[in-house]
Design a protein around this ligand. Structure first.
Ligand SMILES: Nc1ncnc2c1ncn2[C@@H]1O[C@H](COP(=O)(O)OP(=O)(O)OP(=O)(O)O)[C@@H](O)[C@H]1O
Length: 365
C-alpha cells in the first residue's frame, strides 16, 4: 500500500538540475530516510514534499490527493504535513507552551490540555511550560519542535536533519525517542540525514540520492548488504571490494572460494563484503589452521570498543589473486599484535556487483 507517491519529480535552479526523475513510494505509517552526500538534493526533495517549493516536472500524491503536478501545487498550509527543521526554529520570544500551541486556535476548547498532552508525549517535564527556548537544552528544544509539529495531527511528518546539532550520545537517545513518539502516533515519517547510521537505524525504508538522482531505495538491510553500486556501498559504511571470478553459487577471490548468489553470471566481477564479516583467528607460527586463508597483521588502529585491523592476505587458496590487503573491524578485547599470523574466515555471503571489476580495495567512512 502507498501513502505518499513521488513520480518523475525534477527541479532545476538556473538551469542546473537539483533533482532529476525522482520516484518512490512511502507506505502508510512507515519511516523513510532520505540520505545522500551534501548537495545531492535531499532538502530540495523534502521542501517539495512539504509544499515550500514547486517541482518543475513530476507528480506528488498523498493519500490519493495530488499535491503537485509540475509547478501546480497545493499550498503547504493545506497539506496536513508537519515539519521539523534542523535547528528547531522555535519562536524565541514565546514560552514552550505557546511554541507548542502555536498552530492551535487561540480559543480552541481543551487547548491547554492538548499542549500538556503533547509535552507528555515527547517526554518534556510540564514544569518547563513557561520557559523560553534559550532556557532549554538542545535536545529539549528539539522535543518542543516535534511537539509543535505534532500539535495539528499531521498525516505526514518531515524531519530535516533534526538531530544534527546534538552530540553523539544525545543524538541516539533523541532518535529512539522520536521514533517511539511517531510510531505511537502512527504518523508516516520522512527523515533527511547525511548520517548513514542514523538512516539505517531510524528508518524501515531508505532512499539514496546522488547528484539529484535516486540510486537505490529499499530496506536498511537490503541497502547495507546488497547496495546497487560501490558508491552506495561506501556511503553506507566501511566496505571491502575485491575482484573475483564467478563460479557456481560461489566466487573465487583473494580470500579463497566464498559462497555468493551470482545470479547465473560468469566471468570476472567485483564483490563486496563488510569488514565485520571477516573473522580473524590467532595462529602460532608453523601451526596448521583450518581457515581457508591466512594473513599477517600489518596495522592496528585502536578505536575504543571496536578497532580496525589491517591484514595482508597470503595467497587466497586456489586463486591467482595476490597482494590483497583488508581493513577488518574487530572487537578491541582481543586485538592481535602487528606482525601476528591470523587465520581468516568469512561470515555470511558476499555481494556481487553488476559492474565490471576495478581491483580497488576501499575503506570508506
Ligand atoms: N534556492 C536555491 N537556489 C539555487 N540553487 C539551489 C537552491 N537550493 C538548492 N540549490 C542547489 O541544489 C542542489 C541540491 O541542494 P540541496 O540543499 O537539496 O542538497 P542537500 O542534499 O540537502 O545538501 P546538504 O546535505 O548540504 O544540506 C545543490 O547543488 C544546491 O546548491
Amino acid at each position: 500500500m502507498t501513502f505518499l507517491q513521488l513520480q518523475g519529480v525534477g527541479k532545476r535552479y538556473g538551469g542546473t538540475p537539483a533533482l532529476d526523475g525522482i520516484g518512490f513510494d512511502v507506505p502508510p505509517g512507515g519511516r523513510t530516510a532520505i540520505v545522500g552526500p551534501s548537495g545531492s538534493g535531499k532538502t530540495t526533495l523534502l521542501r517539495i514534499i512539504a509544499g515550500f517549493e514547486a517541482p518543475d516536472v513530476g507528480r506528488v500524491t498523498m493519500g490519493g490527493q495530488v499535491l503537485a503536478e509540475g509547478p501546480a501545487i497545493v499550498p503547504a498550509h493545506l497539506r496536513g504535513i508537519g515539519f521539523v527543521p534542523q535547528d528547531g526554529a522555535l519562536f524565541p520570544h514565546l514560552s514552550v507552551a505557546d511554541n507548542i500551541g502555536f498552530g492551535l486556535a487561540r480559543g480552541m476548547v481543551g487547548r491547554e490540555t492538548r499542549v500538556r498532552d503533547l509535552m507528555d508525549m515527547v517526554e518534556l517535564d510540564r514544569a518547563m511550560a513557561e520557559r523560553r527556548p534559550h532556557e532549554l537544552s538542545g535536545g529539549q528544544q528539539q522535543r518542543v519542535a516535534l511537539a509543535r509539529a505534532l500539535a495539528r495531527q499531521p498525516k505526514l511528518m518531515l524531519l530535516d536533519e533534526p538531530f544534527s546539532a546534538l552530540d553523539t550520545r544525545l543524538r541516539e537517545t533523541m532518535r529512539k525517542a522520536v521514533a517511539k513518539v511517531l510510531r505511537a502516533a502512527g504518523v508516516t515519517t520522512i527523515l533527511v540525514t547525511h548520517d548513514q547510521t542514523e538512516a539505517l537505524s531510524f528508518a524501515d525504508q531508505v532512499a539514496v540520492l546522488r547528484d539529484g538522482r535516486l540510486t537505490q531505495v529499499g530496506s536498511p538491510r537490503e541497502l547495507y548488504l546488497r547496495p546497487s553500486d560501490r558508491d552506495t556501498a561506501a556511503f553506507l559504511g566501511d566496505v571491502i571490494l575485491l575482484p573475483a571470478d564467478l563460479g557456481d553459487d560461489c566466487v573465487v577471490c583473494g580470500l579463497g572460494r566464498l559462497p555468493a548468489d551470482v545470479g547465473g553470471r560468469r566471468g570476472r566481477a567485483e564483490i563486496m563484503l563488510r569488514p565485520e564479516q571477516v573473522r580473524l583467528t590467532p595462529m602460532a607460527p608453523g601451526q596448521a589452521d583450518p581457515s581457508p586463508c591466512q594473513g599477517e597483521v600489518v596495522d592496528v588502529e585502536f578505536g575504543g570498543a571496536v578497532s580496525m585491523v589491517r591484514v595482508s592476505v597470503r595467497g587466497g587458496a586456489g586463486t591467482a589473486w595476490s597482494d590483497t590487503e583488508l581493513w577488518i573491524r574487530s572487537s578491541s578485547v582481543d586485538l592481535p599484535a602487528v606482525g601476528a599470523l591470523v587465520g581468516i574466515s568469512i561470515l555470511g555471503g558476499v555481494h556481487v556487483f553488476d559492474q565490471p571489476a576495478t581491483g580497488r580495495t576501499l575503506r570508506a567512512g
